[in-house]
Design a protein around this ligand. Structure first.
Ligand code: TXE
Length: 488
C-alpha cells in the first residue's frame, strides 16, 4: 500500500523509497515511499484548499470532538498492532509502546472533550451599546514535524489539538520512524476526517521538512526535535512570519537531598535517565546529589546499572532496548569518549554489550560518570542516550544554581522529605515541568514545554489547544452614532 496520504488518497509519491530499520537487529521492517517536491507542494495545497473552502473549519466544535473520540476508540481497537509496530520501529520495549498507545488515546479523549469548551469569551467594555467578543478560530494550515523517540505520542500532542481547533495539517514524521504515524493517519481517515484536512508526507528533513517550513501557504509549524533543527526552522519561517512552536529537548537536573531514602533515590535515578535508553527529552541525565548521600548513591546506582537487562523489545525479560540507529549510537560513543578525555570518572558502562545476540543491533550499555565538571561537554549538551552524570552539592542554593546552569529548561525533579524545601526548589528551577519525589509522569491536562532553549509555546492542556487558535476580537456597536472627529 502506498505510504503518502495527500488530498484524501494514498499515493506512492515521486521521491523513491526508503527502508525502515529495526534497531534491535538492523533488519528491514518495511520499505516506504518518499515524497518528492511535487508531493510536498500537493500536500500543502490540499491542506490550504481544505482549510479555505472545505467543511472542516466550519464543522461545529462538538462534531470535531466527536471525530476525535472515534479516533480514540479506533486506537483502543488497534492498540496491539500499533504497539508492536512502534517497538519494531523504535526498539523500545513492548510494555513502553503499549503505555504510549494508552497515552495517545488519552490525549485524543482530552482534546475531544476540550474541543467545544474553549469557544471564547465576552469582554466587558464598560459601554452598554457594545458587544465585544473574543472568538477562537483555527490558525490555518499547520505543518507538524515530529521526532523518532516517541513518534506516535509526539504526533498526537500536535494533531489532536490542531484538529480540535479546526485546522488542516501536513504531517512530516521522522524518516527514521514513520510507521505508526502512517497507521494513525489511516485511523483518522477511517474516523471520517474530510479530504485534505490531514496529509502525510515522508522523507528527510532537508528535502521534505525544510520546504514545508518555508512554504508561503503554511500558517504554522509545530516541531519537536533537536535544538539545531529547531533554530533552522525558526529561521526558515521568518520570511513568511509563520507561527512557530518548538520543543527542543533538555538537559534535565534530578536533584536529590540527603534525606531521601537510598533505595528510592537509586531506583528513580535509573528510571529517570535510562527509560527508553535515555532517548527522552525530559530524561534526568544530570543527577545532582547532596554530599552526605553522594558516595553511597553513586555506588548503588553503579551496581544496579550494571545489571540492567538489554534485549529485544518483544522479550518480556528486556528492561531496555537499543538506541534508534547506528548514527545515534556513534554520537553517544563520541560523548563518552569526550567525557573520558575531559577527566570524568567512568563508574559503569561506557561500552557496547558483550552478548552475541545483541551484536547486530544498536545497543549501548547504561553508562554512569561521576566527578564531572560543569564545563564538560557531557554536562552542557543533550546526549539523548544512556548516559548519567553525577554532580554534588552542599547547600540548597547550590543545588538550585546547578539545576539552572543549563541553556535548556524542559524538566527537572527534586527529591526530599522536607516539603518546604521541595516547593522552594521547585519554584526556583527554570524548567517547564518540575516533579517532586517522582519522575516522568504527565497528564494530557497539564501543559508541557520548555523554558529557555528548550523551546517556546506549550503542548497539552488548554494552552496546547490555544497554540492552534487565533484569538479574534469582534466589536459590535449596537447603536452607532457619528464620531464627529473630523468636523467636515
Ligand atoms: O533530530 P532532528 P535528530 C535531539 C537529540 C538528538 C538530536 C538530533 O539530542 O540527538 O536532537 O536528533 C526533521 N527542516 N532530539 O537529528 O533532525 C527530521 O526529518 C524541517 C530531541 O534525529 O531535529 C525529523 O522529522 N524539518 C528531541 C525531525 O525534524 C527538519 C527528539 C526531528 O529531527 C529539518 C529528537 C529541517 N531543516 C531529537 N531537519 C526532543 N525534543 O524530544 C530535520 N528535520
Amino acid at each position: 500500500m502506498p505510504s503518502l496520504y495527500i488530498d484524501g488518497s494514498w499515493t506512492a509519491g515521486s521521491g523513491g523509497s526508503a527502508e525502515v530499520i529495526n534497531p534491535f537487529d538492523a533488519s528491514v521492517v518495511e520499505t516506504v515511499d518518499q515524497a518528492g517536491p511535487d508531493d510536498v507542494e500537493r500536500a500543502v495545497i490540499a491542506a490550504r484548499t481544505a482549510f479555505d473552502t472545505g467543511p472542516w473549519r466550519t464543522t461545529s466544535a462538538p462534531e470535531r470532538g466527536a471525530l476525535l473520540r472515534r479516533v480514540a476508540e479506533l486506537l483502543v481497537r488497534d492498540k496491539e498492532e500499533i504497539a508492536r509496530t512502534e517497538t519494531l520501529d523504535t526498539g523500545k520495549t513492548l510494555v513502553e509502546s503499549r503505555i504510549d498507545v494508552d497515552d495517545v488515546t488519552a490525549v485524543f479523549r482530552y482534546y475531544a472533550d476540550l474541543a467545544d469548551k474553549e469557544a471564547g469569551r465576552i469582554v466587558d467594555t464598560g459601554q452598554s451599546n457594545v458587544l465585544a467578543r473574543v472568538v477562537h478560530e483555527p490558525v490555518g494550515v499547520c505543518v507538524l514535524i515530529t521526532p523518532w523517540n516517541y513518534p506516535l505520542l509526539q504526533l498526537s500532542w500536535k494533531v489532536a489539538p490542531a484538529l480540535a481547533a479546526g485546522n488542516t495539517c501536513v504531517i512530516k514524521p521522522s524518516e527514521v520512524t514513520p510507521l505508526t504515524s502512517i497507521l494513525l493517519v489511516k485511523l483518522l481517515e477511517e474516523a471520517g476526517v474530510p479530504r485534505g484536512v490531514v496529509n502525510i508526507v515522508l522523507g528527510d528533513g532537508r528535502s521534505v521538512g525544510a520546504p514545508l517550513t518555508e512554504h508561503a501557504a503554511v500558517d504554522m509549524v509545530s516541531f519537536t526535535g533537536g535544538l539545531a533543527t529547531g533554530q533552522a526552522i525558526i529561521r526558515a519561517s521568518a520570511a513568511t512570519v509563520k507561527r512557530v512552536a518548538v520543543e527542543l529537548g533538555g538537559k534535565n537536573p534530578n536533584i536529590v537531598f540527603a534525606d531521601t531514602d537510598l533505595d528510592l533515590a537509586a531506583d528513580w535515578a535509573l528510571t529517570a535517565v535510562f527509560l527508553h535508553a535515555g532517548q527522552v527529552c525530559s530524561a534526568g541525565a544530570r543527577l545532582i546529589v547532596e554530599d552526605a548521600l553522594h558516595d553511597d548513591l553513586v555506588a548503588e546506582i553503579g551496581r544496579r546499572a550494571e545489571r540492567i537487562r538489554l534485549g529485544n523489545g518483544f522479550d518480556d525479560k528486556s528492561e531496555s532496548g537499543p538506541l534508534v540507529s547506528a548514527a545515534h549510537r556513534a554520537k553517544i560513543e563520541d560523548f563518552v569518549a569526550s567525557a573520558q578525555a575531559e577527566g570524568a570518572r567512568l563508574v559503569v558502562g561506557g561500552k557496547r554489550p558483550d552478548e552475541p545476540e545483541l551484536q547486530q543491533g544498536f545497543f549501548y550499555r547504561p553508562t554512569v560518570f561521576a566527578d564531572v565538571r560543569r564545563d564538560m561537554r557531557v554536562i552542557r549538551e543533550e546526549t539523548f542516550g544512556p548516559i548519567l552524570t553525577v554532580e554534588r552539592f552542599s547547600t540548597e542554593a547550590e543545588a538550585i544554581e546547578l539545576g539552572n546552569d543549563t541553556e535548556y529548561g524542559l524538566a527537572g525533579a527534586v527529591w526530599t522529605a522536607d516539603m518546604g524545601r521541595a516547593h522552594r526548589v521547585a519554584g526556583a528551577l527554570r524548567h517547564g515541568t518540575v516533579w517532586i519525589n517522582d519522575y516522568h509522569p504527565y497528564v494530557p491536562g497539564a501543559e508541557w514545554g520548555g523554558f529557555k532553549r528548550s523551546g517556546n509555546g506549550r503542548e497539552l492542556g488548554p494552552t496546547g489547544l490555544a497554540e492552534y487558535q487565533e484569538h479574534k476580537h469582534v466589536w459590535h456597536n449596537t447603536a452607532p452614532a457619528p464620531a464627529r472627529w473630523f468636523k467636515g
